[in-house]
Write a protein that binds this ligand. Structure first.
Ligand SMILES: Nc1ncnc2c1ncn2[C@@H]1O[C@H](COP(=O)(O)OP(=O)(O)O)[C@@H](O)[C@H]1O
Ligand SMILES: [Mg+2]
Length: 343
């Protein structure tokens, strides 16, 4: 079978340097994004989801840099080492927005307030493809229509501030989709939106995936979204992927105590309002003063002495990876609990 991997990330380390201190924000992360599939990255705030995304886009904040590892884009014309490209060089700029596009949590990071929405989308098309202005405008109009934006002929000439939050988000998605990217990275794209618009936006992303074989990396902290949209899942904690696999692997056989805790902290649809929810105890450690070894150990019920060294990546099946010395125990407990009370 053809290898459907479009992006390979190998042992990525991205560090921040502030006031002579180093935050190992991403500390050895490996994963693959596959054509026509959705990889969901989950984990609580500050665990490194956005920094992972901006490493791939080479849009890192000033004080950070890729310290080690590889990011490979498997393009039609051969492999490209993204981590070797200069951040704002010609090659990176030609990939960004064309081959790899990104949807941000805040649409105003991508939209410029002083240009009309239509101009900005058409500009992205003109920048990457040899088409006439007229053609670019027509395609922009079609995109706005596809996004379900009412009166697109009028909206195309309006400025971002004249759009509502949900409309702005759609306009940004239209821009991200305008060149039919091979990879779409969506960083919590719907956190600020209400649920009906959220559902519509996920539908649009799904359509892009099905029609163009686009690979999607979807960042979320919402396990409900994961269960609905993911093909593959990677769970992050303090700069590491602590568990990954297919959506079945991770949701049906969670083997890391942190994944288990995440799953227990969400309500289950249809179970009524009296269900017991268990917030994860403790709080995330100071990123500048990290625990030795397993980063989750200070909050973990299973922690033992050996957890003061970092557990390596262990494959419990061909697709399912976990970094925990006690993963067998965790899974066994989970199965027992599910048998007992269906959760
Ligand atoms: N611009 C920045 N300056 C300094 N530190 C940052 C910056 N952006 C992120 N970090 C640090 O990098 C780590 C990962 O952050 P991030 O990827 O934004 O988390 P999240 O999973 O919430 O997206 C955190 O420890 C955060 O404090
Ligand atoms: Mg983030």
């Amino acid at each position: 079978m053809e290898d459907r991997t479009i992006i390979t990330v190998n042992n990525l380390k991205t560090f921040f340097y502030t006031n002579q201190r180093c935050n190992k924000a991403i500390n050895g992360v490996s994963f693959k994004i596959k054509k026509g599939k959705t990889l969901c990255i989950v984990g609580e705030s500050g665990c490194g989801k956005s920094v992972t995304a901006s490493s791939i886009m080479q849009l890192l904040p000033k004080l950070s840099r890729i310290e080690e590892g590889e990011i490979i884009y498997h393009s039609d014309k051969g492999d490209i080492r993204i981590d070797k490209l200069s951040r704002n060089g010609k090659e990176m700029r030609s990939l960004r927005g064309k081959d790899i596009a990104m949807i941000f949590q805040d649409p105003m990071t991508a939209l410029n307030p002083v240009y009309t929405v239509g101009y900005q989308i058409a500009e992205n098309i003109l920048c990457h493809e040899k088409v006439s202005k007229k053609e670019a405008k027509e395609r922009t109009l079609d995109l706005l229509k596809d996004m379900g934006i009412p009166f697109p002929e009028q909206r195309i000439n309006e400025f971002p501030h004249q759009f509502s939050g949900g409309m702005r988000q759609r306009a940004m998605i239209a821009m991200a989709m305008s060149c039919k990217p091979k990879v779409l990275i969506a960083d919590e794209p719907t956190t600020a939106l209400d649920v009906t618009i959220q559902a519509q936006i996920f539908e649009l992303m799904d359509k892009l995936k099905k029609e163009n074989d686009t690979a999607i990396m979807l960042i979320t902290h919402d396990m409900g979204v994961v269960s609905e949209l993911a093909d593959d899942v990677a769970v992050m904690y303090m700069g590491n992927i602590i568990e990954s696999g297919t959506v079945e692997d991770v949701l049906k056989s969670p083997s890391h105590p942190y994944t288990e805790a995440l799953l227990k902290s969400i309500p289950i649809l249809g179970k009524g309002k009296n269900q017991e929810l268990n917030p994860i105890k403790g709080s995330t450690p100071d990123p500048y003063d990290r625990p030795k070894g397993c980063q989750f150990a200070p909050r973990c019920n299973y922690a033992s002495e050996k957890c003061s060294t970092m557990p390596g990546e262990e494959f419990v099946s061909e697709t399912h990876m976990v970094r925990c010395f006690n993963h067998e125990l965790v899974l066994a407990n989970r199965k027992k609990e599910v048998m007992a009370n269906g959760k």
